[in-house]
Design a protein around this ligand. Structure first.
Ligand code: FPP
Length: 243
């Protein structure tokens, strides 16, 4: 299937859930002699635009990796800058769930986050919980392995309460105890910046995802790159273990 100018693949070949590892912000800033936080600021603007582009393209779920469980190792100023970008985004979110009927979820453990940020996140999640339009997941203090440990703990608790029997634990019950419960698995995972690894993102959910690695830094990522990744996805022959 060949890309036709500015068009998108036919609807049935479009991904429904796209995961994005927003990588390359630091290098983008460094290249222009700016502090790393400037790269994250531009990265957050690109995220907002790409969410709109995804919605216009009919993509139903977008999951973006904003902060991993390992990112706490970064200098405090950089961590604070990323948290501030999240805070400012959340304060401007009205339009997303009022006019676009979007639902927002945060994947990850909110416990170590600043109490005001945590409250904002919980409010947006609760306010948008019944929205039936596009779903946006932002992974913050997220790690795929930590998510699986949490699911194991939740299931163990149910077994010890007598709510569940160990033999009734299936792939579906595990999936139901992940942050993404009820959502389709990602069809396509895009990682810009030239790095080619999963970095603990959606470890369970990406079992059958198609990966597209792109040689562009996230702050330079645009709608054309998104369309190009969708075309690349549409060309793949997904067999899910069959022939
Ligand atoms: C990876 O690039 C990027 C991050 C660790 C942070 C991403 C966060 C944002 C884009 C802001 C989040 C805000 C909203 C509103 C979603 P890097 O810093 O590792 O880049 P490098 O590999 O070039 O150093």
């Amino acid at each position: 299937m060949e890309q036709q100018g500015n068009t998108l693949p036919p609807r049935e070949f479009m991904p429904k859930h796209v995961g994005i590892i927003m990588d390359g912000n630091g290098r983008w800033a460094q290249k222009q002699g700016l502090p790393r936080s400037a790269g994250h600021k531009k990265g957050a603007e690109v995220f907002e635009q790409i969410v709109k582009d995804c919605r216009e393209m009919g993509i139903e779920v977008v999951t973006a990796y904003a902060f991993s469980t390992e990112n706490w190792k970064r200098p405090k100023a950089e961590v604070d800058a990323i948290m501030e970008l999240l805070r400012s985004y959340l304060k401007r979110l009205d339009k997303f769930h009022r006019e676009e009927n979007g639902r927002l979820r945060f994947l990850g453990d909110k416990t170590p986050l600043a109490p005001d940020l945590r409250q904002l996140m919980e409010k947006v999640e609760a306010d948008s919980a019944d929205n039936t339009g596009m779903e946006v997941n932002i992974a913050v203090n997220y790690g795929g392995r930590a998510e699986l440990v949490r699911a194991a703990q939740l299931l163990a608790q149910k077994v010890s309460n007598g709510e569940l029997s160990a033999k009734d634990i299936t792939e579906q019950t595990v999936a139901d105890h992940l942050y993404t419960c009820g959502q389709p698995d990602p069809d396509l995972i895009i990682r810009p910046s030239g790095e080619e690894r999963l970095s603990n993102f959606l470890v369970w959910q990406s079992a059958y995802a198609e990966f597209v690695f792109m040689d562009v830094l996230w702050p330079d990522f645009n709608r054309e790159h998104l369309a190009q990744a969708c075309w690349e996805y549409a060309r793949r022959n997904r067999r899910f273990g069959g022939v």
